[in-house]
Design a protein around this ligand. Structure first.
Ligand SMILES: Nc1ncnc2c1ncn2[C@@H]1O[C@H](COP(=O)(O)OP(=O)(O)OP(=O)(O)O)[C@@H](O)[C@H]1O
Ligand SMILES: [Mg+2]
Length: 325
């Protein structure tokens, strides 16, 4: 069988380090993270609150707010390092090839413009079509995200739409640029379960139609199980395990992943809050494995030596001393 990761990746994040220089100290929010997103795959990023999922995605988009800084690493997109591009080059890639859906659509939709205007705007800017054509395309885009009265919705302002409609409008806005890579940061967290399922189906569907890749960020394992091809598990600024969805659920290797999977409450959303202890703020993180203070299987070596990520089986990587040979 040909493995997913044999192909040249669309996105290749190497040793990414993003730190926040705060008055309390240096917050090592993302500290040496590696992963790839392949062509036409949905890669899930999962982990408890504060582990660095959003900062990873903001780093890819070059949208890290101050006092944050990318201090090391490479973000190769189609083989080119995004960190070496000028502001202008990056802005142009961001509009055309990379798009991001935020958890709260109100942060991306402008309250003073209609949904249609905001969807039409990037179409007009990037495809050089007339206002009229841009508007027509926007209405058709709104229809594609399964909103039943597209023309009417196009004329509505964000506050006139429900949460689910706003989220769909934002997806329409992002997809109107036909991005190669769509980053969706908790796109369904604020929505009820039925609408959540519809939105995920929509993303999958549009991925298949347009051949784009999706980096899907969530702390909900049910969402991962339903939508993703491969998953990366993050803990406190580090990637601890990467596997196909099937492997991750059938054969989790890292004690943290095992804890997360054990903590799915049945029948409800998979909030990951039942491992004893909590994620420490990554100022002065432990010298060795960052999970060491909470790990039931910790050994002496884990205290001072940080485990490297190793490929244990094809496409299954883990960073844990239990698997040292
Ligand atoms: N602007 C900032 N200034 C200082 N620290 C920050 C800033 N933004 C994020 N951080 C810190 O970086 C770390 C990672 O945050 P991040 O938002 O990436 O977590 P997350 O995994 O997305 O969590 P959640 O699931 O709650 O969205 C946290 O410790 C957070 O406090
Ligand atoms: Mg986040």
């Amino acid at each position: 069988m040909i493995s997913m990761t044999d192909e040249k990746p669309l996105l290749d994040v190497q040793n990414l380090k993003t730190y926040f220089y705060t008055e309390e100290g240096i917050v090592k929010a993302v500290d040496g993270v590696n992963f790839t997103v392949q062509q036409e795959e949905i890669f899930g990023l999962v982990g408890e609150t504060g582990c660095g999922k959003s900062v990873t995605s903001l780093s890819i988009m070059s949208l890290v707010p101050p006092p944050g800084k990318i201090v090391d690493g490479k973000i190769l997109y189609k083989g080119k390092d995004l960190l070496r591009l000028s502001k202008r080059q990056m802005t142009s890639i961001r509009g055309k090839e990379l798009a991001m859906i935020f958890q709260d659509p109100m942060t991306s939709l402008d309250p003073v413009y209609t949904a249609g205007y905001q969807i039409a705007e990037p179409i007009i800017a990037h495809q050089g079509v007339s206002r009229e054509e841009g508007w027509k395309e926007a209405v058709s885009m709104i229809g594609r995200v399964k909103i039943s009265a597209p023309a009417e919705t196009a004329r509505a302002f964000p506050h006139q739409l429900s949460g689910g409609m706003r989220q769909r409008s934002m997806i329409a806005m992002m997809l109107s640029c036909h991005p190669s890579l769509l980053i969706a940061d908790e796109p369904t967290t604020a929505l009820d379960v039925t609408i959540q399922t519809q939105i995920l189906a929509l993303l999958k569907n549009l991925k298949e139609e347009s051949g784009s890749s999706i980096l899907l960020i969530t702390h909900d394992l049910a969402v991962i199980a339903e939508s993703c091809d491969r998953v990366g598990v993050m803990y406190n600024g580090k990637m601890v395990e990467i596997a196909t969805v099937e492997d991750l659920f059938a054969n989790p290797l890292h004690p943290y992943t095992k804890g997360l999977l054990g903590s799915i409450p049945t029948g409800t959303k998979g909030e990951l809050m039942t491992i004893p202890g909590s994620v420490p703020k990554p100022i002065d993180p432990p010298a060795g494995c960052r999970f060491y203070p909470r790990c039931a299987q910790a050994m002496k070596t884990c205290e001072n030596s940080a485990p490297a990520m190793v490929e244990i089986e094809k496409d299954h990587l883990v960073a844990c001393h239990l698997y040292d040979i």
